[in-house]
Design a protein around this ligand. Structure first.
Ligand code: ADP
Ligand code: MG
Length: 338
C-alpha cells in the first residue's frame, strides 16, 4: 500500500464538487441562491448549450469586496454562519461555503462584482486556482460566468442526460425558485432568447401566470393557515385542473425549494376524493417556520431537509387545502371564483 498523504486542495475541491455540482442546473441553483442571499431583487440567468458551454447569473445584490474574493472561492469559507449555534438556525439558503469553490474546481469562472456603483473587481478562477484579478468598472451586484463546465472531469460529462433534458432541468429549477420568491424579478434566457420573466412585484398569482400561463393561474385559489409553529400560504389548483404527474407541485420552506414526499402526499390528501387516481394538482406551498425546527445540513444540495414536527405540518397542509375545497363547495362550486 502507498503511504497516506493529504490530498491537494484542488483535488479535494474536485471531489466535493461531485456532490454539490451534479449537473448544469446545480450551478444555476447555487448561483441564484447566492444572489438571493445577497439581497438581490433582480436576477438574470442565461445559458448556452444546456449550460455546458456557459452559464451566466447576474444580480443586483451586495457584491463582494475585492479582498474577500479569494475567501469566497475557498471551500468552507462563508459569510453566512460563524458558530455552531448558527448551524441550528440557518436563515440563508447557503451556509456550507462550498458552491463557488466547487464550481471553480470543475470549470472556468469569471466574476465581476461591486459593492457600490463606482468600481469593482474582475477575477478569473479556473480548475480550482485563481488566474487573475483586477479592478474594473461595474454596477453594484455580482455577475458570474461559468464556462466549459466539467471540462476536467470527463466522467461527469458522460453521466449527463441529453442537452434537452439538462436544459429542462435548468428551466425547472429557475421556475421553482421564482415561484418561491415572487418579490424577486427573474429573467431566464437561453443564448439571449427569453424563456421566463417574472415581474418581482410580490404577486404570487402573477408569478404563477408568468411561469405556467394565465389559464392555469386563473384556476388556482389561495390557501392560508397557521399554527404556533408553521405558517402555510400559497396557491393550489381547483380540482378540475390537474396534471398527470407531481411536477407541478412546489414546496418552499423558508424560501428554499425542497423535495418532501410526505408533504407532497399531504397536499394530495387535502383534496380528499376530489382528485381522480393519477391526477395531480398544481400547487405552490410556501411554508414559514422557525429555523430552529429545520435541519438543512442533511445533504450537500440542501434539497432534502429534516423537519421537526413534520406530521403536524402535514396535518396543517391537509386542513388548509380541505377547508378551501369545502368553502368552495358551499359557495356553489369553484365557478364563482375569480
Ligand atoms: P455559501 O453560500 O454557502 O456561503 P458559496 O461558496 O456559495 O458559499 O459562497 C461563498 C461566499 O461568497 C458567500 O458566503 C458570500 O459571502 C459570497 N457570495 C457568493 N455569491 C455572492 C453574490 N452573488 N453576491 C454577494 N456575495 C456572494
Ligand atoms: Mg452559496
Amino acid at each position: 500500500m502507498a503511504k497516506i498523504h493529504e490530498l491537494s486542495e484542488t483535488l479535494s475541491n474536485q471531489i466535493a464538487a461531485g456532490e454539490v455540482i451534479e449537473r448544469p442546473a446545480s450551478v444555476v441553483k447555487e448561483l441564484i441562491e447566492n444572489a438571493i442571499d445577497a439581497g438581490s431583487d433582480r436576477i438574470r440567468v442565461d445559458f448556452i448549450d444546456a449550460g455546458l458551454r456557459q452559464i451566466t447569473v447576474q444580480d443586483n445584490g451586495t457584491g463582494i469586496e475585492a479582498d474577500q474574493l479569494d475567501l469566497a472561492f475557498t471551500r468552507h469559507a462563508t459569510s453566512k454562519i460563524s458558530n455552531e449555534r448558527d448551524l441550528f438556525k440557518v436563515a440563508t439558503l447557503g451556509f456550507r461555503g462550498e458552491a463557488l469553490a466547487s464550481i471553480a474546481a470543475v470549470s472556468h469562472v469569471e466574476i465581476l462584482t461591486s459593492t457600490d456603483d463606482i468600481s469593482g473587481t474582475r477575477a478569473l478562477f479556473s480548475a480550482g486556482g485563481k488566474k487573475s484579478q483586477e479592478e474594473a468598472a461595474a454596477r453594484k451586484g455580482t455577475q458570474i460566468t461559468v464556462s466549459d463546465l466539467f471540462f476536467n472531469t470527463p466522467a461527469r460529462l458522460k453521466y449527463l442526460k441529453s442537452p434537452r433534458t439538462e436544459a429542462m432541468k435548468i428551466v425547472d429549477i429557475v421556475n421553482r425558485i421564482a415561484l418561491g420568491h415572487p418579490d424577486i424579478s427573474f429573467t431566464l434566457s437561453n443564448q439571449s432568447k427569453i424563456l421566463l420573466k417574472t415581474a418581482g412585484n410580490n404577486n404570487l398569482k402573477q408569478t404563477v401566470a408568468s411561469i405556467y400561463g394565465r389559464p392555469i393561474a386563473e384556476k388556482m385559489v389561495e390557501i392560508q393557515k397557521s399554527d404556533s409553529d408553521f405558517e402555510v400560504t400559497g396557491l393550489v389548483s381547483k380540482p378540475e385542473l390537474t396534471r398527470s404527474n407531481r411536477n407541478f407541485i412546489s414546496i418552499l420552506l423558508n424560501g428554499r425549494y425542497i423535495k418532501n414526499f410526505q408533504l407532497n402526499t399531504a397536499i394530495m390528501d387535502g383534496y380528499g376524493n376530489k382528485l381522480a387516481a393519477k391526477h395531480y394538482p398544481v400547487a405552490v406551498i410556501d411554508i414559514k417556520v422557525d429555523p430552529l425546527l429545520v435541519d438543512v445540513n442533511v445533504h450537500p444540495t440542501k434539497q432534502e431537509v429534516r423537519l421537526s414536527k413534520e406530521k403536524e405540518l402535514g396535518r396543517l397542509i391537509v386542513q388548509a387545502i380541505s377547508e378551501i375545497m369545502l368553502e368552495q363547495n358551499e359557495e356553489g362550486g369553484f365557478d364563482n371564483l375569480a
